[in-house]
Design a protein around this ligand. Structure first.
Ligand code: NIG
Ligand code: FE
Length: 414
């Protein structure tokens, strides 16, 4: 395979550092190289340093001249629901009239309305819509996406969604990391306890034996799955060798963060309502919080999670889009950086760490992606700006210039 030399990044944001998720003041250290460059061989970073140094070693290479633009690792979006049919425009309009997420769900909107449409959609149609979403992610500089099922809620429809995720992983430039979320809601036609039996005794064994997911997630929330029910499902998933992520304390403080700690889950996600005790429990069990300010914004709430307290407590914070048709219809990691800084008072550097290296570790891929260091994949984006803070500062449009995966250009702004 050919060699590529990247030259003249105004700032080459490497995030070089310890081989583990970053905590506390480490989250502010982006290890930037000014007028930086990289030599790439076989899709991996061979040498990284100043442009002058790389230029000397770049013989018989394709040259990518960044011309003074910003170069950062591809964003790693560690929480999304990208395979669904249609949209939720009616919910959106109702929320604008003042109805809440819970009221809309009770009136026939919400997750259930997407489930009905997703069940009716064919696998090829879901794949086509998923491919469109993959393209949107790339346009915002995202190259790795955790992807949950959860809009099927029958054995066959959940497997259908997970197969679509597998195909998206194989046929688009994005690496999709699959998570089984059969416990997203109880379908209308089932009694709660019987549906939990179905998840545990039929869905989970099929998902595990067909190797369709790396993680299992549960929507632990009033009206969805309570602590005891979530515990049952998570225990069954763990037994089958799946790692755990949990939708925790999004709408109410139900003690789900503590449940995540009890299981030593990889992540606890949302945490809008988590208090000091929940934060302390996450710290003691080394669970990574995944904060999703896009869903707070899109639901018209102002109840953002306590990011500052979490960083001060030494948690390896991650931020993600929560891309889904109901509570967070965005794929834009730059928009999430903006919200992290303006609403959760994270610094731009902390937000970049949370959306790259920390997110990569939360997906078990911190040794391959999330930072630009010798031996790691040459997966990065060039943005049409000069300073990393501009990623979070300008909002509402994409500054993406071009995106590279394993040293190959997969997207540019035209
Ligand atoms: O993360 N909280 C549960 N799941 C999604 C919402 C899904 C939907 O509304 O369709 C979330 O916000
Ligand atoms: Fe979610």
């Amino acid at each position: 395979m050919k060699s590529v030399a990247v030259l003249h990044a105004s700032q080459l944001v490497t995030l070089a550092g310890p081989e583990r998720p970053r905590v506390g003041p480490e989250m502010s250290d982006l290890a930037i190289i000014r007028d930086g460059g990289m030599l790439i061989r076989d899709g991996k970073i061979d040498i990284i340093g100043s442009s002058a140094e790389i230029k000397k070693k770049a013989t018989d290479c394709e040259i990518v001249d960044a011309r003074g633009r910003l170069v950062v690792p591809g964003f790693v979006d560690a929480h999304t629901h990208p395979v669904f049919a249609a949209n939720r425009l009616d919910d959106f309009e109702r929320r604008a009239r003042g109805e809440t997420y819970e009221q809309i769900a009770a009136a026939g909107g919400g997750i259930w309305s997407t489930v009905e449409k997703t069940r009716a959609a064919s696998e090829p149609d879901l794949f086509e819509q998923g491919k469109k979403h993959a393209n949107w992610f790339l346009k915002c500089g995202t190259t790795t996406v955790e992807a949950k099922s959860g809009y099927g809620l029958t054995v066959e429809d959940e497997l259908k969604i997970l197969r679509v995720i597998r195909r998206l992983n194989e046929e688009t430039p994005i690496e999709f990391v699959p998570t089984f979320l059969g416990a997203h809601a109880v379908p209308r036609e089932w009694r709660q306890s019987e549906y939990i039996d179905l998840v545990i005794n039929e869905m989970l064994p099929r998902v595990a034996s067909e190797k369709l997911a790396e993680f299992c997630d549960v929507f632990c929330e009033r009206g969805y799955f309570d602590i005891a029910q979530s515990r049952e499902i998570l225990a069954a998933a763990k037994k089958l060798g799946l790692k755990l992520r949990i939708h925790a304390d999004q709408l109410t403080n139900s003690g789900a963060a503590k449940l995540a700690a009890e299981f030593k889950a990889t992540t606890a996600d949302h945490l809008e309502k988590t208090d000091e005790q929940g934060i302390a429990a996450l710290k003691a069990a080394e669970v990574q919080p995944v904060l999703l300010p896009g869903s707070v914004y899109a639901l018209g709430s102002t109840d953002y999670p306590r990011a500052r307290e979490m960083i001060d407590a030494g948690l390896a914070v991650v931020i993600a889009t929560d891309f889904n048709p109901g509570s967070s219809p965005t794929v834009s990691m730059p928009m999430i950086l903006s919200l992290a800084c303006t609403q959760m008072k994270m610094s731009p550097a902390e937000a970049i760490t949370a959306s790259t290296i920390n997110a990569a570790y939360s997906l078990g891929r911190g040794d391959k992606i999330g930072s630009l260091e010798t031996g790691k994949l040459a997966t990065f984006s060039i943005f049409d700006c000069q300073d990393y803070r501009e990623l979070a500062y300008w909002f509402g449009f994409s500054q993406m210039h071009s995106v590279y995966v394993r040293g190959e250009r997969v997207m540019d702004k035209n």
